[in-house]
Design a binder for this molecule. Structure first.
Ligand code: CTP
Ligand code: CA
Length: 233
């Protein structure tokens, strides 16, 4: 981590950060969700605000205390489809878009308008799922503005098919984002905890940086990498 940073190195830039975790409705009272607290995304928004950016925080079910004076404009969303609409809308005049939200890969195919009831003696009905759009890949493919920087996160676990960084590098190639922050998740890492470690890779899967420490430190490390890619204002 660089100890000295130019204050205001994001001055005049509009950045969009998505944070939190989407909730996919099953019926009016239930949802499929995930454990993302939104902390890393909120820290990205705070750090960018501190560095002078005009920030739009698209917050999916973020329950942390956030204030526009620290994180910029807050747009609250629930589901992946709502998040997609809000991010695309905000991205139209953005210099940078960071997808830190944990987006559900699938959503229930149908969401009845009334609560699903159990029926005595009857087996539960299966919930059919359909795939959500890949918002990050879409943003990277159809840039809203020339020179716009698109950044993603990858939460990975090592398995028999490869290490955390192997999976992260493959994902970077698939997504086409300018930077991908690869994050090891497990019982005691990533989700819900204060400290974090990311390896930053480019679209070819080449490692271009590392950042660890508090989620604020990691946020600043990611902005350092972004600042290096921004075209002159
Ligand atoms: N992402 C997205 N839209 C989705 C799924 C993910 O924009 N439908 C974004 C996330 O915000 C993150 C990045 O893509 O920035 C990587 O998310 P991840 O879940 O790690 O990747 P997936 O492509 O969904 O692959 P998998 O979950 O199978 O590992
Ligand atoms: Ca996923």
């Amino acid at each position: 981590l660089s100890a000295v940073r130019a204050p205001g190195d994001l001055a005049g830039r509009h950045v969009v950060v998505s944070a939190g975790g989407t909730r996919e409705p099953i019926d009016p009272v239930r949802f499929l969700g995930n454990r993302s607290s939104g902390r890393q995304g909120v820290e990205l928004a705070r750090a960018a605000t501190a560095r002078g950016a005009v920030v739009t925080l698209v917050a999916a079910n973020v329950e942390l205390p956030v204030h526009p004076s620290d994180v910029g404009q807050i747009v609250r969303v629930g589901s992946a489809l709502e998040l997609e609409t809000a991010v695309r809308d905000a991205a139209r005049d953005a210099d940078v878009v960071v997808m830190a939200a944990a987006v559900a890969d699938f959503r229930p195919a149908r969401t009845p308008e009334t609560k699903i009831k159990k029926v005595a003696g009857q087996a539960p009905a299966a919930i059919e799922l359909v795939e959500n759009p890949d918002i990050l890949a879409g943003l990277a493919r159809d840039r809203a503005r020339a020179g716009q920087i698109v950044v993603g996160f990858a939460a990975e676990t090592g398995d028999e098919n490869g290490s955390v960084i192997d999976h992260g590098r493959a994902k970077a190639r698939r997504k086409g984002a300018d930077l991908l922050a690869v994050n090891e998740v497990g019982a005691h890492q990533g989700f819900g905890v204060a400290d974090n470690t990311v390896t930053i890779v480019d679209p070819d899967g080449v490692v271009v940086g590392h950042s660890s420490g508090t989620k604020r430190d990691v946020a600043d490390g990611i902005w350092d990498a972004v600042v290096g890619l921004l075209p002159p204002a």
